[in-house]
Design a protein around this ligand. Structure first.
Ligand code: A3P
Length: 295
């Protein structure tokens, strides 16, 4: 059984300078020595940037739109979470070491602490990035409901911690920039959540091409429908309702919360928004990576 020990909101721990959930840190040795294979596909994201969305898109593409196959398990089973670990549950690495090939693997690790094996084996990577303001809001609500995370406190307190990188997986800016730089050395598709919202069909087509698949318009249409926010919110295999409420309390905030761009406007005060703008300008100077905060 999944233990209720998660509900004590264990403090974050540092792994190579990166804050991570305490139980994840306990399993770090296994993560570090994880053996990737050249046919693994890695889905990498900073939390709350569209991981679940792109995972379902990838799963459907790899199964040529066969919904029955893709519905065989919850999305977090079909795309195991590499660094996940907790009391009384198999760790991500244990699950992956038994998984059939080829595997699709989810990670939130910044590229600086990614197990070396992924780089050595030249695995394909799909990265999804989302603007910092919407990520902060989404992560705040997620911290409220995901009881393995520290209590986020007030929105203002959380926002400060977010900008300081004092949240699980560290600084947003380090993450998006680190992976952006990696795309030159890696077989990588770097996507933006805002682009996916603006034109899902166009972005799904990019993924199809990246995976070397050739799908009919009917299948593409079907994948678009199955991966709409509404469909994924209603789908028990993608909405995380399979996770016990002692770990994710969806009565506090649903996993499939809003699925839009610009919800930050409902949370940020003018001065909070200015503070984040300042942080963004400073962190993003010297990179050609840029984000849209509204679509
Ligand atoms: P919100 O909290 O802003 O609603 P992740 O999967 O990386 O944890 O990201 C979760 C965020 O992606 C949540 O954002 C969730 O609602 C949103 N999301 C999930 N599926 C989506 C979809 N099909 N379309 C749009 N947004 C989606």
């Amino acid at each position: 059984t999944l233990s209720s020990a998660m509900i004590d909101r264990p403090p974050l721990q540092l792994v190579k300078g990166m804050p991570i959930l305490g139980p994840f840190a306990e399993n770090w040795k296994d993560v570090e020595r994880f053996q990737a294979r050249s046919d693994d596909l890695l889905i990498a994201t900073y939390p709350k940037s569209g991981t679940t969305w792109v995972s379902k898109i990838v799963d459907l593409i790899l199964n040529t739109g066969d919904t029955e196959k893709s519905q065989k398990g919850a999305i977090f089973e079909r795309v195991p979470f590499l660094e996940c670990s907790g009391p009384s549950m198999p760790s991500g690495t244990e699950i992956l070491n038994k998984q059939d090939f080829p595997r699709v693997i989810k990670t939130h690790l910044p590229v600086e602490v990614l197990p070396q094996s992924f780089l050595d084996k030249k695995c394909k990577v799909i990265y999804v990035a989302r603007n910092a303001k919407d990520v902060a809001v989404s992560y705040y609500h997620f911290n409220r409901m995901a009881l393995g995370h520290p209590d986020p406190g007030t929105w203002d307190e959380f926002l400060n911690n977010f900008m300081e990188g004092n949240v699980a997986f560290g600084r947003w800016s380090t993450h998006v920039k680190g992976w952006w730089k990696m795309r030159q050395q890696t077989d990588m598709l770097y996507l933006f959540y805002e682009d996916m919202l603006e034109d899902p069909k166009r972005e799904i087509q990019k993924v199809i091409k990246f995976l070397g698949k050739d799908l009919s318009d009917d299948v593409l249409e079907k994948i678009c429908l199955q991966t709409s926010f509404k469909a994924m919110k209603e789908n028990p295999k993608t909405n995380y309702t399979a996770i016990p409420s002692t770990i994710m309390d969806q009565s506090v905030s649903p996993f499939m919360r809003k699925g839009i761009c610009g919800d930050w406007k409902n949370h940020f005060t003018v001065s909070q928004s200015e503070r984040l703008d300042e942080y963004y300008q400073k962190e993003m100077s010297g990179t050609d990576l840029s984000f849209r905060f509204l679509v």
